[in-house]
Design a protein around this ligand. Structure first.
Ligand SMILES: [Zn+2]
Ligand SMILES: [Zn+2]
Length: 172
């Protein structure tokens, strides 16, 4: 598994139907982000990585549609870096894998600088996002995917907004 270079703009990720269908990819993504390493590159400040940013286990590295992220293998979930140096993620997120997230509503539009591993050449740019959001998402549960409803503010809201954009094929 490696990071897509360049990302596939405008590609819609598919809804996740079960933990089984993403488990292997999610575990590998967690391992990568905890080591701050993607395709041999180090990202010391990576908070999260979304499935559409990667050439996945189901993808064929040599297939052009897969390399371009246009193969339909990409799912709506992201993983968080619970080992990230500042400890921010562990303080503000209860779950490591966020599945099928949707932002129900947001308030307090704020502009701040952000970077993206899939768009490193632009460095950081100003992006306007909601500072407070209500999010519905799923986590793996004993009886299938379990729905969670939660409010997020500040950087946590910004991280979710950023990752959800990737499911619509937007990279800053
Ligand atoms: Zn593929
Ligand atoms: Zn990103």
């Amino acid at each position: 598994m490696k990071i897509l270079q360049p990302p596939a703009r405008g590609q819609q990720a598919q809804r996740v139907n079960s933990w089984a269908e993403i488990r292997a990819d999610a575990r590998q993504m967690i391992e990568m982000i905890r080591k701050d390493e993607f395709a041999g590159k180090l990202w010391t400040a990576a908070y999260a990585v979304a499935h559409p940013q990667l050439v996945t286990l189901r993808c064929d590295d040599t297939s052009p549609p897969c390399q371009a992220g246009k193969c339909g293998h990409h799912k709506r979930f992201f993983v968080l870096n619970m080992k990230e140096k500042s400890g921010y993620i562990k303080r503000y997120f209860k779950h490591e894998v966020i599945i099928n997230p949707s932002i129900l509503f947001g308030t307090e539009m704020l502009s701040a600088r952000e970077g993206c591993m899939s768009n490193e050449y632009v460095g950081t740019v100003n992006v306007a996002r909601y500072n407070k959001i209500k999010v519905e998402y799923y986590i793996p549960g004993w009886f299938g995917l379990k729905k969670i409803s939660e409010d997020f503010t500040g950087l946590a809201a910004r991280i979710i907004g950023h990752e959800v954009d990737h499911f619509r094929g937007e990279y800053l």
